[in-house]
Design a protein. Sequence first.
Length: 393
Amino acid sequence: MLTWAGLLTLPAVLTGCTDGVPLINAKPRAPQDAIRVVPGDGAKGVRADAPLEVTVPDGRLERVKVVRIEDAQQEEVTGRVSGDGRTWRPAGAAARLKLAAKYSVDAVAVDGAGHRSARHTTFTTVVPGDRFIGYFKPENRSTVGTGMIVSFDFNRPITDRAAVQRAIRVTADPAVEVVGHWFGKERLDFRPQEYWDPGTEVTVDIGLRDVEGAPGVFGSQRKTVRFTVGRSQVSLVDAEEKTMEVRRDGELLSTVPISAGAPSTTTYNGKMVVSELHEVTRMNGDTVGFGGEYDIKDVPHAIRLTTTGTFLHGNYWSPPDTFGSINTSHGCVGLRDVKGGSADTPAGWFFDRTLIGDVVEVVNSEDKTVAPDNGLSGWNLPWPAWKAASALR
């Protein structure tokens, strides 16, 4: 017969202890809890410099797979397990997390008794509010002249120029030293010491994504651009003689009569690189500081040489005997042409034989030498001066 005393002692029997821990409250550790992942599961807004680490207190990590999902693309993150087998960390550049990305971690561990446990976690990194991009020349898969300069114009001022320059690699095959040169805080150009050799294959690896170019401002581009250097064409404009010698791979193709800048509006001296080609374009004096002195809506065969408006172009409005005898322009170099343009004129002939990246050099003008940042005119800087403005000296 069960007594009240028996009833009172029954709970004590049911809650008997082992090593001082009540059995009724014992909570076995889940196997996956033995694997610790940092950042924690479900973490959001993780900084790029936060550590990524997988650890076990004993036993060893058998397998760790970390996948980064970025811009709808998946990529496995490379890493290494420590010598004792208990810690995994990302290796090399992967140690810095990518921004605006989701990471998934899958780990399998084996404890000292041979029992396996697994863990799956995810976390996301911070999405920057401010981004910068670089608008670059030349275009991907283009064929260019031997004077081509790789040029980046950034949409925001860059204060950590070394970080940005380090993230852009320009390499050539056959190999040649290529150095970056900063013009202020928003422009970075790359060139070798001399013009590229014809046939050179150039690769531009742009790794700006998540690079902090200024406090709180991060890059957004990661891509590879490739272009080929075509034949060599360098044209020499003699403003005094009013001629242009066109040389292809060192051989003289033709000597063309020209009309350069008038005495009051002379043409820049120096080496200028073709940056744009237009079958026809409008030239308005208001856009380059000449007021309403001219507005020609159909200038044929227009080849841009500087940002400030120096062109080598067809001219149909001047008498044919102007070319080779009188300098009449507002600073451009004019070649004889007809209204609407024609391949049979000097301007049409030259236009059809010109590539972006070809060099036009002007000599014997009464003007100064063109500034190296006016268009792609960096060849006017000596090599030591060019290298001096690299952020990676």
